[in-house]
Design a protein around this ligand. Sequence first.
Ligand code: GLU
Length: 306
Amino acid sequence: MNGTVVGRLAPSPTGAQHLGNARTFLIAWLAARSLHGKLILRIEDIDSPRIKPWAVSQAIEDLHWLGLDWDEGPNSDDVQAPGPHAPYVQTLRLERYREGLKLLAAANQIYPCTCSRGDIEQAASAPQSMGQGEGLEGPVYPGTCATRNASDVEQLNAENYAWRFRCYRGERHWRDHFCGPQTLDVAKQLGDFVVGKKDGWPAYQLAVVMDDHDMGVTMVVRGDDLIPSTYRQQMLYEFFGWRPPQFWHVPLVVGSDGKRLAKRHGDTRLSTYRERGVSPQDIIGWLALSCGWIEKFRPCSPQELL
Ligand code: GLU
């Protein structure tokens, strides 16, 4: 790749960061730093009402505690941190996402959708479903509102709606730098997806694309549960005419039952380990062992793993 690699750490303060988040952060940090790249810390706090105000400063404290650093973004709970791509907190970037929605609406690439979750489930499970029924991530949007134009919002003033992106048709192909070649018919397997709300509040798909582009991110390292989202995000890159970053999707940490780490596996919050006197080197050592980078457990630091 030409130019400086720019990676990012993008915690969502919907709760405490746990061991699984730590491994993805560590890999993202190592990937960028091993290529002498830069790192940006961005706080992804648009997922209201799940956001917990205390979780922003705790996530920052967790990252510092683990020994990970970054070149741009808040270093404490100073969400107004200055920098060439400030602000680094999504709820302070809402105006920018509204611009994106405006462009999408002007091109009629999005339409206002008044369907509730229940409507979608019902339509998708109907025997003569207009849509494709069950897809990769639950019911595929059956297209009920797709005949609307973006300009039809004017007739919907009293109704609540979400903006849905009209998927491009046909199979899409791309290469994940960790998982290899990817192929999917997005319209059939995922369906038209939400990019924003009536009031202009963005959905994750739109916010993350606009931020990664605006912040000059060239390398996205994140959990492989987001591969379906990457297909959606690539359509947004294509719409805006922006070059997508390299994607590296890495496996999530799983419990002994092989399932994604969750509360039922015990308390794996980083803050709990910290309070109990576990050292960050122990955590990093365990994560390194789980990735096969060391053969036997030993405490280590991110710097050492570089
Ligand atoms: N904020 C998301 C998370 O904490 C990551 C999204 C992304 O990396 O695109 O899981």
